[in-house]
Design a protein around this ligand. Structure first.
Ligand SMILES: [Zn+2]
Length: 114
């Protein structure tokens, strides 16, 4: 997906992440005009996974004008199908106000043996 911003462990929470995305979008050069689609998870999302929950992905677009719910639904479907093609179990049912939940079990890596 062209121009998609992807953030792993991106900022501490949703509020900070959205502010940072806006700042990144505003700092882009003119040839990158237009909305910037994004998908990310933040630090609290990682904590949620460590506690046994799914990894919740936020997605959307910064810089959109008017009603873009169809475009966001398309983005959600595209992300969901890409994640499924990677072999991940994903729960998302087309509601753009809900985050994409990736089912996973947190495992600590075993210490290296000498
Ligand atoms: Zn924060």
């Amino acid at each position: 997906m062209k121009g998609l911003f992807v953030g792993e462990d991106f900022c501490c929470c949703m509020g900070c992440a959205q502010a940072e995305l806006r700042s990144i979008w505003e700092g882009r050069s003119s040839w990158e005009d237009g909305p910037m689609p994004y998908v990310y998870f933040h630090e609290q999302d990682v904590d949620h996974v460590i506690e046994g929950g799914p990894l919740n992905l936020a997605f959307g677009a910064i810089g959109t004008v008017g009603n873009v719910s169809d475009a966001l639904r398309f983005l959600g479907r595209d992300l969901t199908s890409t994640l499924r093609q990677c072999g991940l179990e994903v729960d998302w049912f087309g509601d753009i106000d809900r985050r994409i939940a990736v089912r996973m079990a947190w495992d600590r890596r075993a210490p290296a043996l000498d």
